[in-house]
Design a protein around this ligand. Structure first.
Ligand SMILES: [Zn+2]
Ligand SMILES: [Zn+2]
Ligand SMILES: [Zn+2]
Length: 175
């Protein structure tokens, strides 16, 4: 009787043959017609039995098991790195947005916005019809110290339309 904490697994004990005692293989849990060393059960005369890992004596079955365990560890490490990276990116993103929103409250931004609206004679540069009330960033490269040509005077409707489209595109890319 194996100890209670040992997981029982399906094994195949090959019949003794002219080269010696038959080896004990593990039956592939995902493909019950195969052994994990790759051979087909029907090519290995013997009997199926239930046992524990320690009973496996086929070197190739053991090697395969070891490689799988290593791969599992590597994959787990990779997932963990991905998770950390993602977390860091989200944090940086949040920090960036916090700084951005703060900047939009400053007198410097109010002044810049005024210059942009004045340049456009107070008319939206998106539709050319409605009054411009906001300044839109074409790029954030010089956030806080923008060139005036990096900003466009826009009405609320054009501004929302642009950012909604962008958001939809980002979501599509992500999914
Ligand atoms: Zn084997
Ligand atoms: Zn407009
Ligand atoms: Zn904008």
């Amino acid at each position: 009787m194996p100890p209670a904490d040992q997981q029982l697994i399906a094994l195949r004990k090959a019949s003794p043959h002219q080269w010696g005692e038959g080896k004990v293989h593990r039956i592939d849990p995902n493909e019950p017609a195969k052994l994990i060393c790759g051979r087909l059960i029907r090519d290995v005369p013997g009997q199926n039995l239930v046992g524990i890992e320690e009973e496996i004596t086929c070197q190739n079955c053991l090697l395969k098991k070891m490689r799988e365990a290593e791969r599992e560890v590597r994959e787990q490490e990779w997932r963990e790195r991905q998770r950390q990276w993602q977390q860091q990116r989200e944090q940086e993103n949040a920090e960036w947005w916090a700084r951005y929103r703060e900047y939009l409250q400053t007198p410097q931004w109010a002044e810049k916005r005024k210059l942009v609206l004045r340049r456009a004679y107070g008319i939206c540069e998106g539709c050319g019809i409605r009054p411009a009330v906001q300044a839109h960033h074409l790029t954030y490269d010089n956030l806080g110290n923008e060139f005036l040509w990096e900003l466009k005077a826009v009405c609320l409707i054009c501004h929302e339309r642009f950012h909604n489209q962008q958001r939809a595109r980002r979501l599509r890319l992500r999914s």
